[in-house]
Design a protein around this ligand. Structure first.
Ligand SMILES: [Ca+2]
Ligand SMILES: [Ca+2]
Ligand SMILES: [Ca+2]
Length: 273
């Protein structure tokens, strides 16, 4: 008994220790498991998942037509509201950060974009970057500007008036050349101009879109009456009469890639309509 007691005691202590250790280990494991599974649930609830970008189908547009970029097929598994950032041309790096498809050239789920009319059929890669505020995804689509060899340049008919411009420079009279008609829908950026004088040759030439941003009072400026970046009816070119810009000068509208003017009018003090 004297020898059994310590043995029983030892066994009891051993069992107690074993029980405590196993219990602790079990509790620890159980608790860990519980905690981690609880965390997992929280993560499932709180963990933000990546949105899915959908940049819409590839498309073919004709020169001067708008490409309709539609990212509404994008989604977020959490239902988060998405921000839509379009990189209009993955061939250029417009923010100069070395990445070619992250430029925020346009913002919005649906965007209309006019590409410059190329000389030959050209395909642009468009990348849509979507963000749920934290996570990003991107998708790429193709926009092909189809230029047909039979592509006919537009015809622009213009008229001319002469007089003072209301709200403009009070003393200087202007020749006002108004667009009467354009045979097709064309982007302003596809036009350039030239003003020739019978006496001194070309007085001025450049892009029509540059005239668009010339401030009132400039010698030559252009006003897009319905500002849609397309040359259209009632758009007006202003030419301030001066030493070089005077009656008898010829204003010529030129279209990208076409040698002959697509519209031409002589500045005159006699209204041409
Ligand atoms: Ca999300
Ligand atoms: Ca780019
Ligand atoms: Ca970039």
């Amino acid at each position: 008994m004297g020898r059994q007691k310590p043995t029983l005691k030892a066994v009891a202590i051993f069992l107690i220790i074993l029980f405590v250790v196993c219990g602790a280990a079990y509790l620890l494991f159980f608790r860990d498991d519980k905690v981690s599974s609880k965390d997992g649930n929280d993560e499932d609830e709180e963990k933000n998942r990546v949105p899915m970008a959908n940049s819409g189908p590839s498309q073919i547009v004709r020169p001067g037509e708008a490409a309709l970029l539609n990212g509404t097929g994008s989604s977020d598994p959490d239902g988060d509201e998405l921000g839509y950032y379009w990189d209009i041309d993955s061939g250029t790096d417009s923010n100069n950060d070395g990445v070619f498809d992250n430029d925020r050239d346009a913002v919005g789920a649906k965007v209309e974009h006019f590409y410059p009319v190329p000389q030959t059929t050209t395909t642009y890669l468009v990348t849509l970057n979507v963000s749920d505020g934290k996570l990003w995804d991107k998708a790429t689509t193709r926009v092909t500007i189809m230029v047909s060899v039979n592509n006919t340049p537009p015809e622009v008919v213009m008229s001319c008036r002469y007089g003072k411009v209301p709200g403009g420079s009070p003393l200087d009279p202007y020749f006002m050349v108004t667009v009467v008609s354009v045979s097709s829908v064309e982007m302003i950026s596809n036009f350039s101009y030239r003003l020739d004088s019978p006496a001194s040759g070309t007085i001025s030439q450049g892009n029509v879109s540059d005239l668009l941003i010339a401030p009132p009072g400039s010698d030559i400026r252009f006003v897009d009456i319905i500002p849609v970046t397309r040359l259209g009816q009632n758009d007006i070119f202003y030419f301030r009469e001066g030493q070089t810009i005077k009656e008898g000068c010829t204003f010529k509208l030129l279209y990208l890639g076409v040698t002959d003017p697509v519209g031409e009018i002589e500045l005159s003090k006699t209204p041409s309509y």
